[in-house]
Design a protein around this ligand. Structure first.
Ligand code: ZN
Length: 601
């Protein structure tokens, strides 16, 4: 027999009586509790952010009551949980109350102050085991006289409250409560809303909304239309305040983008986050890797596909700006060049593949630790790695399969896996590429060698048809193999790790060691050291004296050419831009939006 209890539901009430000190008061009522002990949980991870965050650290004043307001016994099973013991003859209702602190406005945490409540739900709301699929209702009580209005992808109810169909949706639905500027437009049957909290003018907001519109159209054109947003609306939650942390986080029907942005000065830089995050409403939120489904809010979530989910999004974020006329071509090539430089010259490429870099995300994506890591020698961001892959693969497809491009592969993934009910695996990705280009061997070689394997793509050859060249970024400049040199008490200190295989690495010098003499002369400043090195030719041996953990060392090292590379245009090299190159670039970089402005309602 199952006791007849009201259907399971969860109701949240939030208020901000102490916003100035960054606190919110939360009251949660669980109805239809059938367990003798209700396991209440604060999340340890947040969708789209891969490191563990013990959000429970900011929760206090926790108490629990039954439906009649009688206190219930609470015990702590672990650092993120509260076990609430139900009394005899319980009506199945449990209410918990707590205070939560939040003073970081970004895409993961909570920022509560006099100007707003910027809430990412995993950092704010507890939930309970057994209630993952229960219907959720939320009510926000804004401070009296605050003029705060809500912007969120939560579903609105007629009475001013909000709904979410379950936990996963709830945790994916941030809310911004503030005196914000809202602009709305319709395209392709969907409503787009820009909710902007900033210190600038309405005219700046209008101009920025126009830039957002261009991005929306350009990315819609890649997929041939928009997703069906759940409430028919997609919201850009933009928070640009001097005390914000720079961040962007994708959600199903919205994105949170934050930072100390002043639109008057830096709209053209800020729009790149809009372009990146909006692409995610397809790639990662709907075209979803199976490894992230369902998302586990209590542990770190590992995915080997972030080179695609994040890296390809990075590529398209930049490409869409270029196509929409929001980024100069020189800047576009510089951006691609820096990604190519990273994957071809970083020592980490010999340690992890693109898949393994992706799996490393929980250790690097907003992860903090007090013990140092060796990432300078082991890790290339999957954003960068994936961007470089997308860039090279797009050009490879365009050259080898005329009329086809990476856009076709993205559209195929959208057709075949554009629903979280149909998440994809690595096998699906490879198969989809093979079918798109009609060449199984091409896809197999690409995945085996360059995605699962660690071999960089042949960029110098791949970029040629686009009228681009790969060249040394600092020809003739010598290179020791550290990213930072600092002046120190005794001489010049290695300010960062010795890069594996580099001259200082081979000489047995490491971060913290101080170079005190070069070529027999004392060295007292970075300039003096560089002048000494500059007098030698590449390939020369140079003697250095250093103070190290192991005592004074005399080493001899061979000066290398600075290995960094860049991508440059034919124009930059003073070469003639041929008709063939122009045609190639046109197909690749011209707007894909048909029908002029296309912003009809
Ligand atoms: Zn992203």
């Amino acid at each position: 027999m199952i006791a007849v209890l009201p259907a399971a539901s969860v109701q949240y009430e939030l208020s901000f009586p102490n916003a100035v000190h960054h606190e919110a008061q939360v009251r949660v009522t669980f109805t239809g509790v059938t367990q003798p002990v209700l396991e209440v949980v604060m999340s340890s991870s947040s969708p789209g952010r891969y490191a563990i965050h013990e959000f429970a650290k900011n929760v206090y004043n926790f108490k629990a009551m039954d439906g009649d307001g009688r206190a219930l016994e609470v015990s702590r099973p672990n650092i993120s949980g509260w076990n609430v013991k139900l009394g005899k003859g319980s009506s199945g209702t449990v209410t918990v109350e707590y205070t939560v602190f939040g003073d970081r406005t970004d895409g993961t945490y909570a920022g509560i102050d006099e100007t707003h409540a910027h809430l990412n739900m995993p950092a704010v709301l507890v939930w309970a085991h057994g209630f993952e699929h229960a219907r959720v209702k939320l009510e926000f009580h804004v401070p009296a006289g605050s003029q705060w209005t809500p912007a969120t992808q939560l579903l609105p109810n007629a009475d001013g409250t909000w709904s979410a169909p379950g936990l996963e949706w709830l945790m994916d639905s941030p809310i911004e409560l503030s005196a914000q500027t809202v602009r709305e437009w319709r395209v392709g049957g969907e409503t787009f809303r820009m909710a902007l909290h900033h210190q600038g003018t309405d005219a700046e907001a209008d101009a920025y909304a126009e830039m957002c519109k261009k991005v929306v159209l350009e990315e819609g054109a890649i997929f041939g239309g928009f997703p069906k947003y759940d409430d028919g609306t997609y919201t850009f939650l933009l928070d640009y305040l001097p005390y914000d942390s720079g961040d962007g986080m994708e959600h199903r029907d919205s994105t949170v983008i934050t930072g100390p942005v002043v639109l008057k000065n830096s709209a053209s830089r800020a729009i790149s986050a809009v372009s990146h995050e909006f692409f995610h409403c397809w790639n990662v939120k709907r075209i979803r890797p199976k490894s992230l489904e369902p998302f586990d809010f209590e542990h770190a979530d590992m995915s080997g596909e972030l080179w695609f989910a994040e890296g390809f999004t990075n590529y398209y974020g930049v490409l869409a700006l270029e196509r929409a006329g929001l980024m100069p071509f020189e800047e576009f090539t510089r951006d691609m060049g820096s990604a190519v430089n990273a994957v071809t010259t970083h020592p980490g490429r010999e340690i992890f593949s693109a898949v393994e870099m992706s799996e490393h995300a929980p250790f690097v994506d907003a992860a903090t630790s007090i013990d140092p890591t060796n990432t300078q020698n082991t890790f290339i961001s999957y954003y960068t790695y994936g961007q470089a892959l997308a860039f090279g693969i797009d050009l490879a497809i365009r050259a080898r399969f005329p009329g086809k491009s990476l856009d076709d592969w993205m559209r195929a993934m959208w057709r075949e896996h554009g629903d979280i009910e149909e998440p994809y695996t690595m096998t699906d990705l490879q198969q989809s590429l093979a079918e798109t280009v009609g060449d199984k061997a091409f896809a197999e070689e690409l995945f085996t060698k360059h995605i699962i394997g660690k071999e960089p793509l042949a960029y110098a050859r791949l970029i040629e048809p686009a009228g681009l060249s790969l060249q040394l970024a600092h020809p003739g400049k010598s290179w020791l193999g550290v990213q930072r040199l600092d002046a120190s008490a005794k001489g010049v200190q290695l300010g960062s790790a010795a890069l594996r295989g580099s001259p200082v690495y081979q000489a047995g010098l490491e971060k913290g060691d101080e170079i005190v003499a070069c070529d027999g002369k004392d060295v007292k400043s970075v300039d003096q050291l560089e002048a000494c090195l500059g007098r030698q030719s590449l390939g020369d041996k140079v003697k250095l004296k250093a103070m190290t953990r192991g005592g004074e060392k005399e080493v001899e090292l061979t000066l290398w050419q600075d290995p960094r590379v860049e991508v440059v245009t034919d124009e930059h090299l003073g070469k003639e831009v041929t008709a063939k190159v122009k045609e190639f670039r046109e197909a690749w970089l011209a707007t894909k939006v048909t029908g002029a402005s296309g912003s009809a309602n």
